[in-house]
Write a protein that binds this ligand. Sequence first.
Ligand SMILES: O=C[C@H](O)[C@H](O)[C@H](O)COP(=O)(O)O
Length: 271
Amino acid sequence: MWGQFVRSLSPSLLILRRCGKNDCFSNGVLFSTRATMSLEEAKRCAAYKAVDEYVKDNTVVGVGSGSTVVYAVHRIAERVKKEGLKLVCIPTSFQARQLIIEHGLTLGDLECNPHLDCAIDGADEVDARMVLIKGGGGCLLQEKIVASCADRLVVIADYTKDSVKLGQQYRKGIPVEVAPMAYVPIKNKVESRFGGSLKLRMAVAKAGPVVTDNGNFILDWNFPDEKEHDWDAVNREIMMIPGVVDTGLFVGMASKAYFGQKDGTVTERSG
Ligand SMILES: O=C[C@H](O)[C@H](O)[C@H](O)COP(=O)(O)O
């Protein structure tokens, strides 16, 4: 009877049975190092701290995208339940919308809530001047729109995102969201103006390119990192190219960043 039951389990569940106390199983992938656990713990600590500092009763909160934001939504939901906070949550992606709904939070939109008290979001990298690279998970346009409507953008991240210079740790480049028909001319124009190379981001579980929540493509710009860049000027110039929808460069937007550390502490930076 037991043998029949075990044989009926999926292979992934059988792997789960073999996981040790320091292992973690996510989306069919087994992570079994202490390092992975401490990275997740670092994300959680940063997210909890940001929510506890910035989420107040009767406010409108922007909910960012990515793996770190999942912890922020858990904490928001916990506080709503315990403290009876009245919040409206504005999503920045399909993922964020689902998280808000799954946690029973009040879902809003910019049509009804054009002004936000704060937006809490992750980042792929944060430099010493609080310039961010975002869009590693394909979400950047809605994140930038929502952040631009908020009194403050609060970044939550683990220690691997904390850099002096962009490109120091995040090696996948700066995402640029583009209208599909224009991806080749945009690639050529950015390469000849700024150097480096732009690569069309390809999907993993689908043939062809990644298509964003807004129906666009993403070019990842592997920029030349030997020179100093004026990111504000670079961003403005790229934005002027017809067909560019937005970039993953967030300049002068974030007012606070929380970085979870390996030891469970959280460091802060203000913009
Ligand atoms: O496209 C994704 C978003 O910009 C994320 O906020 C960013 O990639 C950071 O995500 P994570 O918290 O998973 O590192």
